[in-house]
Design a protein around this ligand. Sequence first.
Ligand code: HEM
Length: 355
Amino acid sequence: MSHRPLQDAENAQLMYDILRSPDEHYDAVRRFSSSLILSVVFGKRAPRFSTKEVTDFYHVQHMSYPPVDQVPILKYVPEMFAKWKRVCREVHDLQHNSYSGLLEETEKRGFENGCYMETILRRAAEWGLDREMVGYLGGALIEGGSDITSSFTNSMILALIAFPDAQRKAHEELDRVIGRDRAPEWEDLEDLPYIRALYRGYKIPKDSAVIINVWGIFHDPEVYNNPEIFNPDRYMESEIGTKKSHENDIGQRNDLSFGGGRRVCAGIHVAKYSATINAMHLLWAFDFSPSKNAKGEEIKPDVWDYAQALSASPNPFKCTIRPRSTQHAEIIRQRFTEATAVLKQFEYGEIKDAA
Ligand code: HEM
């Protein structure tokens, strides 16, 4: 099943949420990615960031970073000397309750909306999956699909306020190709080389825990010019963003941030579409600039301020976001109204906020 209509509809809400409450841009992006993946996997969306499933998920995601992942021998340390073991137990219980609750809702819903768990539940016995496995299969997709996808878009916003030249070039291209009388469409990407380059210009933050050393690879000054700089132009000059001398290196890819080999990201297509439409629409509609302090001076954005958690996301940051014209704002409102029919298919029963 193609998830694109749902991705477009969730993107319409993201744009509307930022238009309405620009100061809450960070959580608006996190709501987008969680709601999308909850709908794709369990068929239930999250219309607000405060929805229980979303807040539970982010709470768990940022609770633990167990050292045993790096040093496996630590698993032999008795629990009384290892506080992280108790935190892990708590994480397990919270995860378990959240995933089995979602699974139960999928079973009891009384109608199908094409979500992934419907297929898994139908074929669980045939594939030898017990209930715990089915719940965690869904949970693993929620984990893969939420935090890291929002980290991608939030990192882009942080980079835009830190590197205004990149934003200026993107605005110039979008004004020329799209104008202000309509919103961009996926098909426009072909005529938007700078937007394509900008989304590839994503930076993996310093000190990220990754198995393939993506940070090291993307920051090798032998291969990339000024690797510390967010410079989408590098992808205009070369398809893979490297210096000319490395263009033909074996195995070079411009999507290495999704991993490689047999453990390559299972959600790569969903993720690329989300990251691209978000980049294209956010830039088409808004001006991003650093916030100002009480004296009216710009607060310099810190592009290295990242959280150490299961995946590395920028810590919440402030910025000023303004619609680029009243026409842009009107089209955002229209798109959100038009998205209602798609979004409604994933809303049912009581939508609970966290206590
Ligand atoms: C911009 C967004 C994303 C990025 C940068 C990303 C990146 C990655 C990377 C680097 C890995 C490989 C980790 C390793 O080497 O073991 C991975 C694995 C995975 N990703 Fe993603 N991901 C993104 C979005 C998603 C989405 C939306 C989903 C769900 C639909 C997803 C589901 C998964 C799963 C299930 C795995 C584990 C695959 C396996 O081990 O067999 N990811 N992702």
